[in-house]
Ligand binder design. Structure first.
Ligand SMILES: C[S@@+](CC[C@H](N)C(=O)[O-])C[C@H]1O[C@@H](n2cnc3c(N)ncnc32)[C@H](O)[C@@H]1O
Length: 268
C-alpha cells in the first residue's frame, strides 16, 4: 500500500488530487510525459503544472529522480519555451536539474513544407533529482571503435598543459557508456511491442521508459507515472520487477492501459 492506494494500479483521477493522497518521500522514480502545449488533444483535459511539480517534489524520496519528457509547440514561427520554463520551475521547487537529456526520434526524416525550420526530431528529457542521486546504473551499450586497443592518450588540463590519461595501459572494452542523447524508432509497430498502445495518440517508446527505469531504479523500487496514458511506464516497470503506481484522468485510457497490462504486461 501507498497511503490508501494499492500498488501496481492506475487510478482514474487528476494527478494532483492523486499525489496529494500519497505520503511524503515515497517514490523512487517518476518517468512521465505530461500533456504539453497544445500539441495533442487529450479529450479536453488539462493539468496544473505548478501543483504537479510541487507534489512531485514532496512525494519523491531523497535521492529519487523524476524524468520529465516534454517538447514545445511552435506558434507563428515562435517556440513556446514551455519546457525550459518548467525545468526552471522544478529547480525553484527544490529539484536539481541533474541532466538535460535528448529523446531523438530517429525515424523523423521528412521536411514539413510550409514551416521555415528543420523537422522536429527530439524532445527534452529533464532528469530532476531530490538531492544527490541515490541510484545510477549506467548503461554501457555504445560500441567502442577502438575495442581491444591499449589506451595511451593525454588529457588537457585547465591550464592548457597535457597529462597522460589515468586510463593508459587499460584495454578498450567492447562497449562504452552511452551519451545523454537517446535515439529510438517511433511509430506504429516500433514504439511498443503490443498493438493496444497505439490507440493512444502520444505514447513514448517502451524502450525509452525501460532505459530510464534501469538507469535510475532497482528491483523492488516504486515507480510513478502521474500521466499514465496507455500505461507504458507501468508495463516496463512491471517487466523490470519494479512496483508502480499511476494516475490518468481519461477513463478510456485507463481501460486501454489496463488491457495492455493484462498478463503482467506480456500482452500479444
Ligand atoms: C503525453 S500523454 C502520456 C502518454 C504515456 N507516456 C504513454 O506512453 O502512453 C499525457 C496523458 O496525460 C493525461 N492527463 C491530462 N491531464 C491529466 C491530469 N490532470 N491528471 C492525470 N492525467 C492527465 C492525458 O489524458 C494523457 O493520456
Amino acid at each position: 500500500m501507498l497511503g490508501t492506494f494499492e500498488l501496481n494500479r492506475i487510478y482514474q483521477m487528476d494527478c494532483v488530487e492523486g499525489m496529494k493522497m500519497l505520503p511524503d518521500d515515497c517514490i523512487d522514480l517518476t518517468v512521465t510525459s505530461p500533456p504539453y502545449d497544445n500539441l495533442r488533444e487529450y479529450k479536453g483535459y488539462s493539468f496544473n503544472f505548478e501543483q504537479t511539480a510541487l507534489e512531485l517534489y514532496r512525494v519523491t524520496k531523497p535521492g529519487g529522480v523524476v524524468v520529465w519528457i516534454v517538447g514545445d509547440e511552435t506558434i507563428k514561427g515562435d517556440e513556446t519555451g514551455t519546457s525550459f520554463r518548467q525545468a526552471l520551475y522544478f529547480k525553484e521547487c527544490g529539484f536539481r536539474l541533474a541532466d538535460t537529456m535528448i529523446y531523438h526520434k530517429t525515424d523523423v526524416a521528412f521536411p514539413r513544407f510550409g514551416h521555415k525550420k528543420y523537422p522536429a526530431a527530439f524532445e527534452y528529457m529533464f532528469v530532476l533529482s531530490k538531492g544527490p542521486i541515490k541510484t545510477f546504473n549506467l548503461i554501457r551499450d555504445r560500441p567502442n571503435k577502438l575495442v581491444g586497443q591499449v589506451m595511451s592518450g593525454t588529457v588537457r588540463q585547465s591550464d592548457g598543459t597535457v597529462k597522460p590519461s589515468r586510463a593508459n595501459g587499460k584495454t578498450v572494452s567492447e562497449f562504452g557508456a552511452r551519451s545523454n542523447v537517446w535515439g529510438y524508432s517511433t511509430g506504429k509497430g516500433k514504439s511498443a511491442s503490443d498493438a493496444i498502445a497505439f490507440n493512444h495518440p502520444a505514447i513514448f517508446p517502451e524502450k525509452l521508459a525501460n532505459d530510464h527505469i534501469l538507469s535510475w531504479s532497482n528491483e523492488g523500487d516504486i515507480v510513478l507515472d502521474p500521466f499514465m496514458g496507455s500505461g507504458t511506464t507501468a508495463k516496463m516497470a512491471q517487466l523490470n520487477k519494479r512496483k508502480w503506481i499511476g494516475f490518468e484522468i481519461a477513463p478510456e485510457y485507463v481501460e486501454l492501459a489496463n488491457k495492455r497490462l493484462l498478463n503482467g504486461g506480456r500482452t500479444a
